[in-house]
Design a protein around this ligand. Sequence first.
Ligand SMILES: [Zn+2]
Ligand SMILES: [Zn+2]
Length: 352
Amino acid sequence: MKTAVFYDVKNLVVEETPMPEVPKEKILMKIDTCAICTWEQRVYTGVKKVSYPFIGGHEIAGEIVKIGEAVEGDWKQGDKIVFGTNLACGHCYYCRIGEEQNCLNFDHSKQQPGLPYRGMGGLSEYLIVDPSDIFSYQNVAPEEASLTEPLSCVLHSVETAKVDFGDYVLIIGAGIMGMLHLQLAQKRGAIVIVSDPNEKRLELAKSLGATHVINPVKEDLTEKILAYTENLGAQIIFNTTPISGLIPGLLESLSNTGTMILYSSYYPDEPVGLKFDHIHKTGQQIKGTANSNKRDFIRASRLISQGIVDVKPFITKIYPLSQIEPAFEEAVNTESFRIVIDFEQERSEESC
Ligand SMILES: [Zn+2]
Ligand SMILES: [Zn+2]
C-alpha cells in the first residue's frame, strides 16, 4: 500500500509500505480521504518538531474492508466510517472519566498498529483501527466526512463555553475553525460577530449568518464590539488564532462574567501580561479547550451526515495522493480552508 512519509522539513515521500495484518480484535479501514490539518502543515514547515520518519494525517474518512473475527458489534464490510483518532492513553484519570481530550499522556506521534513509523497514520492507504475509535457516517462525500475531526473539536469548544440563546458571541479568526464555531454557535441561538483582517473571509462569514463582521485592521475592535453588544461586551469570545498577544486586549471586549475560550494552540507560545484585578472584578473566565472525545465525535458525525452542519464551503481543493507535495504547498501558502488528499482517485486510475 502507499503511504506518505515525512523524512524532513518539506520532504514528503510517497512510498510502498507493507499491507498490515488485521489482528482478530481490530478492523481494517481503507482510507478514502485525509484533510490536511494545520497540525500536519506545521510538521511540513518544521514549526512542529517530530522525529523522522513520520506519518501524518488525522482528519480521515474511509470504509471498512476487513473485520477481525473477534470484533463485536454491528460493523459490516463496506460501512462508511471516520476514525476518531486514538491519541489519548485510555487509562489515565481523565480518560477514565470520559475527558480523553485532556489525557495526561496525549501523544500526537503515537505509532499506529501495522504502520512502520510513528504518527497519526491517516496519510496511508489503509489503517488498522479499534472498533471503539470509529464512527459511521452517511449521505455525504468522504471529503466532507473528513472534517468530522475538526468539527468534533469545535463542538467541544462551543460546549465548554456553554453558548446559549441570545448570547453575544465574538469569534476571532475566520479560518475553518472560526467558521465552524460560527455555525455551531448559531445553532445554539447566539448572535455571532466575526473578526478577521481578510475581507473575503468576512464576506463568507456574513453569508454563513454572522450578524456583524469586523476587520480589526481597519476598525477598532473593542469600540465595534461595545457598539454591537449594548455596551456590555461579548458574553463569549472564541480565539481561533495562534497569537497569544491578542488575549489581554480581547478581555476589554469580553462582558463581565463572560468566558474567553482559548481554542487554538499558540505559536510562538510567548508569555503575555494580564491584569488580574480586572478579571477579579469582572468575574471573567478564561478557559482552554483542545481535541475532542468520543461523545463529541458521535455528535459531529451526525451533524455532518444529517446536513445540520454543511462543511462543503471549507473544502478548498482535492488532490490525488501523487500530488501530495503541491497539496501541502497550497495548504501552507494560500488562504485555503482545507486541502484534502483523495486516495480513491489514484486507486481508480490504477484499475483503469
Ligand atoms: Zn485536525
Ligand atoms: Zn489518558
